[in-house]
Design a protein around this ligand. Structure first.
Ligand code: EZ4
Ligand code: CO
Length: 408
């Protein structure tokens, strides 16, 4: 088999997505996701200008060789743009291989290790009544694990609180905003640390001890602040505390870990196994948060998660709406196959996105399943995609009260 064409499709049904479609001389096509929220066109250019010419004529079955060739022949290593581009190629090749085999992709990864994939959704509210309503809504939609984010008194706009975005410019449920400039949000870590434990106490009192609860700190704390929060949240038995510090400094997690038994999840902004080397080998985290889309695809994620498994660290694959249905499908096939599965993040895409990307996955009683179609089980309707051209959009950023830029 030979690759005869590779097309980069940028579409913006509910938000921007970058999709790579690889075509072969046997008529089999494959899809890969290269969406990098707020920097989409950089990946589109990396693919169209620098990678597509290298793919034509290659044997699509040589997935490992193509991965190593793209990683090593570029000379410049790692980084979110490069690794998203490699991921798009890698996932498209796995899609082709599985279609050629006539099997759903998870079968090629070793077959199912479980019946379904436990997923968590994003509940949020500006106050407790709104938060409780949001949790109830998620339970009604079938979620059996819930991420809890709330506003903080004295802070106007906080990451993860859907109801506060009333400007009409934001994507549903997501922070990116269609506008020529990023939105400015404010932040006060001490106010957040005072407020959050009480919120979790109230949620536990209302919903009982069994419901798995998660929280995302979104990189905003120092190590000692994160240690304090982890310790104070212990009575509420979190499933995980995510991104408690900006973890480029992996050693910082030693300090957090010394002080708390709250499970820690890190890595949605990481893109290679090297970003986790200390975190995994010193057992400083409990869950790997990478996205298949941002970490070099299935080939690289499988190795990363196998490495994590040696240290009893589990998967918690990133699955916000800025991962396209193609990237989500890739995550679901991997989730089903690996032994050290932990949980899968699952936000819902909007109706327009579901029209552009036809999907075969199911969500039943809290569990996702990728379905039994050969390949990933996702088809791209290119005519529908063309009706939604790219729109400039940015993630917000934060400033402290005195105007200092803070981690968002
Ligand atoms: O802010 O995907 O855990 N989920 C998250 C996401 C990220 C966005 C950034 O593009 O932190 O909501
Ligand atoms: Co996160």
């Amino acid at each position: 088999m030979k690759i005869t064409a590779a097309d980069v499709i940028v579409t913006s049904p509910d938000r921007n997505f970058v999709t790579l479609k690889i075509t072969t001389d046997e008529g089999i096509t494959g899809l890969g996701d290269g969406t990098l929220n707020g920097r989409e066109l950089a990946v589109a250019s990396y693919l169209a200008d620098h990678v597509v010419p290298l793919l034509i004529g290659r044997d699509p079955h040589r997935i490992e060789d193509t991965w190593q060739f793209l990683y090593r022949s570029a000379y410049w290593r790692r980084g979110p743009v490069t690794m998203a581009a490699i991921a798009a190629v890698d996932v498209a090749l796995w899609d082709i291989k599985a279609k050629a085999a006539g099997m759903p992709l998870y079968q090629l990864l070793g077959g199912a290790s479980r019946n379904g994939i436990m997923a968590y959704g994003h509940a949020s509210g500006r106050d407790l009544p709104e938060l409780f309503d949001s949790i109830r809504q998620h339970l009604e939609q079938g979620y059996r694990s819930i991420r809890v984010q709330t506003s903080v008194p004295g802070v106007n706009a906080v990451y993860g609180v859907a109801a506060q975005s009333t400007d009409g410019l934001r994507y549903d449920y997501e922070p990116a905003r269609r506008a020529p400039l990023p939105a400015e949000e404010d932040w006060d870590t001490r106010a957040y640390l005072r407020h959050l434990p009480g919120v979790f106490e109230a949620v536990r009192n209302e919903f009982g001890p069994e419901l798995p609860l998660l929280h995302d700190g979104h990189h905003r704390m120092t190590p000692i602040q994160a240690a304090k929060l982890g310790k104070e949240l212990e009575p509420y038995d979190l499933f995980w505390l995510e991104d408690c510090t900006p973890a480029e400094n992996q050693e910082a997690l030693r300090l957090v870990r010394q002080h708390t038994t709250t499970p820690l999840a890190i890595g949605e902004v990481f893109n290679t196994v090297w970003d986790y080397q200390t975190l995994i080998s010193e057992q400083l985290i409990d869950y790997v948060r990478s996205a298949v889309t941002h970490t070099g695809g299935i080939t690289a994620m499988r190795k990363l998660l196998d490495y994590a498994a040696q240290y009893q660290i589990k998967s918690g694959i990133h699955g916000p709406t800025d991962i396209s249905p193609v990237g989500m499908a890739a995550a679901l096939h991997l989730d089903l196959a690996i032994h050290n599965f932990g949980i899968q993040e699952y936000m819902r895409h909007g109706a327009a996105t579901n029209e552009v990307f036809r999907q075969s996955f199911t969500f039943t009683d809290g569990y996702l399943h990728p379905g039994e179609q050969p390949g990933l089980g996702v088809e791209l309707d290119e005519e529908a995609a063309a009706r939604f051209p790219y729109q400039q959009a940015y993630l917000p950023f934060s400033r402290l009260k005195d105007g200092t830029v803070h981690d968002w």
